[in-house]
Design a binder for this molecule. Structure first.
Ligand code: 5GP
Length: 196
C-alpha cells in the first residue's frame, strides 16, 4: 500500500497516474467523496460521488479503511482496496490527505507513506491558479491548508519527494518502491529453504 499525500496542486495525482501506468498489476484506490464533481471527473474513475448522508451511512457500516474531512468535504478510502493489496500482494496507490495517511498507518503498519512537495509555496500557488478548477476562495483555503499539511508530512511520513519535474519525481518514487519491496520484513521470496 503506497500512500501519496501532498498539498493540492503539488502534482500528486499526475504522479500517481504515471506510476500506475508503468507498474504492472498496480491499481488506484478510488475514493468516495461528498465534493461536487469537477468538469472532467468521472464517477468510479476519479471518485465515487455521494451526498453527506449516504457517505456517513457507509462510514457507519465500516465501508472505509479511513475517512477524513478535507477542505470542508468528506473523503474516504474503501476497505476493499486494503483487502485487495493484502490478498493479491499487489501495489495499491492511495491518493489521500495526511490525516488519511496517518489513520491508514495505524490500521496497516506496513503501508508506505510518501509526501510530495512542490518546489516552493509560490510555485504551488501558480500551479493551483493555472489549473482553473478552483475559485479564489477555494485557492486561498487550499494554500492555507498546505502549510499545515507540509508540516505534518515532514513530521509523520516515511519519505519526501520534491516534485520539481515529473520524470525526476517519478524516478524517486520508483526508487522508494524498489527499496520497499526489498525489505526483509516483507518476506522476500527465496528459492532455497536454507540460509543463503
Ligand atoms: P481534491 O478535492 O483536490 O480531489 O482532493 C482534496 C484532498 O483530499 C487531496 O489531498 C486528496 O488527496 C484528499 N483525498 C482524496 N481522497 C481521499 C480519501 O479517500 N481519504 C482522505 N483522507 N483524503 C482523500
Amino acid at each position: 500500500m503506497l500512500v501519496l499525500s501532498a498539498p493540492s496542486g503539488a502534482g500528486k495525482t499526475t504522479l500517481a497516474r504515471a506510476l500506475l501506468a508503468q507498474t504492472k498489476g498496480a491499481r488506484f484506490s478510488v475514493s468516495t467523496t461528498t465534493r461536487a464533481p469537477r468538469a472532467k471527473e468521472r464517477e468510479g474513475v476519479d471518485y465515487f460521488f455521494l451526498d453527506e448522508g449516504a457517505f456517513m451511512e457507509k462510514a457507519g457500516a465500516g465501508y472505509f479503511a479511513e475517512w477524513a474531512k478535507v477542505h470542508g468535504n468528506c473523503y474516504g478510502s474503501p476497505q476493499s482496496e486494503v483487502a485487495f493489496a493484502r490478498d493479491e500482494n499487489s501495489l495499491v496507490i492511495f491518493d489521500i490527505d495526511v490525516q488519511g495517511g496517518r489513520r491508514l498507518r495505524e490500521r496497516e503498519p506496513d503501508c508506505v507513506l510518501v509526501f510530495i512537495l512542490p518546489p516552493s509555496l509560490e510555485e504551488l500557488e501558480r500551479r493551483l491558479r493555472s489549473r482553473h478548477t478552483e475559485d479564489a476562495h477555494s485557492i486561498a483555503r487550499r494554500l492555507e491548508a498546505a502549510k499545515t499539511e507540509i508540516h505534518q508530512g515532514l513530521q509523520f511520513y516515511d519519505y519526501i519527494v520534491i516534485n520539481d519535474e515529473v520524470p525526476k519525481a517519478l524516478s524517486r518514487l520508483n526508487a522508494i518502491l524498489t527499496a520497499e519491496t526489498c525489505r526483509t520484513s516483507r518476506g522476500v521470496q527465496w528459492p532455497s529453504t536454507g540460509n543463503p
